[in-house]
Design a protein around this ligand. Structure first.
Ligand code: FES
Length: 139
């Protein structure tokens, strides 16, 4: 998984917070769902990395949120934090977590050039919400 080695360099240790490194090394909710209700894969055209968000919806609540993908430490950690934060929320609320909140949850100095990495999972999640609202599954 990912195009950054699990053995992060000294440089990464200094620019990435303990939170970011923990979620990169031990991503929460990694792995696909057996039969997701909604799924969407977003990719970063700058590097080709991909993050796919999969959701299970029950009574309009996000009953399961998982991800698969190939990405850098920032995108994997952001996907891990995102899936944790949206779990249990009402999908009709739409924006469960803002881009600002997600980036700040990484507790790292994310440079503008890496902002796309941090927001990649959120873009996939937003597309999932759009699909849900368009299709309005009767469950
Ligand atoms: Fe590709 Fe970060 S370098 S998503």
């Amino acid at each position: 998984m990912g195009n950054e080695s699990e053995n992060t360099t000294d440089r990464q240790q200094s620019i990435y917070s303990a939170t970011l490194l923990d979620h990169f090394r031990n991503p929460r909710n990694y792995g696909g769902l057996p039969s997701p209700d909604i799924a969407y894969e977003e990719f970063n055209p700058l590097c080709g990395d991909r993050i796919r968000i999969e959701l299970k919806i029950s009574d309009k609540r996000i009953a399961a949120a998982r991800f698969v993908g190939d990405g850098c430490a920032i995108s994997i950690a952001a996907a891990s934090l995102l899936t944790e934060s949206v779990l249990g929320s009402d999908i009709d609320q739409g924006e469960v977590i803002s881009g600002e909140e997600l980036v700040s949850s990484l507790k790292s100095d994310i440079k503008p050039s890496r902002m796309k990495c941090a927001l990649l999972p959120l873009e996939a999640f937003r597309s999932c919400v759009k699909i849900y609202k368009r299709e309005r599954p009767s469950r």
